[in-house]
Ligand binder design. Structure first.
Ligand code: ADP
Length: 259
């Protein structure tokens, strides 16, 4: 009977531990839903007044302004642009996290995505004296996915690499086929990311305290979008970095079946 009592006690403890775990999972899920809802509400609430501000700034820009007013107008326009980018990013994050927004998968060729991203960022890189190189394997680089999301994924990684690499550095964007995955890699010779920051940078609004990184404009939403897109596509995401030396982000996405 001592043994029976012991087994019963152990079973009860296991049951309690399980119950606690379930409660914790429920709580985390609620918190996550709340965050998603908050992002959606925030971005919607900000969008309407922002449209009014941007529209009126545009009208004002069409008028003849004296120099002082033109300067103010420029500053306000830049502020509105920046806010617009934040709201767009927030809306994308909220949309991707919404349970009724399933992923529609079409064949996306990473070759075309790479071309688009490079043509968009090439002049920025050049102006900064950064060499932006691409290395694409000959194999099929097609993944089943959402075109807008894959564009954002690659675009955010490359724009970060250009942004956080000092003049004279190099950014290499490569895409390769490894077994059943297309592996996209963005390597830079930039500022690098401290070990303790490497897990945090994927959180929404997180920016490292590195003064050189903070002096660049940003919202801290780019990598949260990257992580969400990778997760939705059933891929894997990795960062390897050394402070002051550079950073490599590696993304593996399930490849489309041949045929
Ligand atoms: P943002 O660039 O708008 O600040 P992100 O979510 O894209 O936001 O990145 C989060 C933080 O991670 C950045 O603030 C920066 O400190 C760091 N980071 C991202 N990419 C790089 C990179 N390639 N090299 C160094 N630091 C990076």
């Amino acid at each position: 009977s001592l043994q029976v009592g012991h087994d019963l006690g152990a079973a009860l403890m296991t049951a309690r531990a399980l119950e606690r775990e379930r409660a914790l999972v429920r709580e985390l899920k609620e918190l996550d839903d709340y965050r998603t809802q908050l992002f959606a509400t925030l971005s919607h609430e900000l969008r309407t007044p922002l449209t009014v501000i941007a529209g009126n700034l545009e009208l004002l820009g069409g008028l003849e302004l004296d120099e002082a007013v033109a300067r103010l107008h420029g500053a306000m326009s830049r502020g509105a642009d920046r806010m617009q980018r934040t709201v767009d990013d927030l809306m994308l994050l909220a949309r991707m996290s919404h349970p009724r927004h399933p992923l529609v998968r079409l064949p996306i060729d990473l070759r075309a995505v790479t071309d688009d991203v490079v043509s968009m960022l090439d002049s920025t890189a050049r102006a900064k004296g950064i060499a932006l190189d691409t290395r694409l394997a000959d194999a099929s680089l097609v993944v089943p996915g959402d075109a807008t999301e894959i564009d954002q994924l690659v675009g955010n990684l490359v724009s970060n690499a250009v942004k956080y690499t000092p003049p004279g550095g190099t950014v290499v964007l490569s895409a390769d086929r490894v077994d059943e995955h297309v592996v996209v890699r963005v390597a830079d010779t930039g500022l690098g990311i401290a070990e303790e920051d490497q897990a945090r940078i994927f959180r929404a609004f997180y920016r490292t305290e590195n003064p050189a990184a903070l002096s660049e404009p940003g919202t801290g939403l780019g990598l949260a979008i990257v992580a969400t897109v990778v997760e939705r596509h059933g891929g894997r995401l990795d960062v390897a970095s050394r402070l002051g030396e550079g950073t490599t982000f590696t993304v593996a996405l399930p490849a489309a079946r041949a045929g």
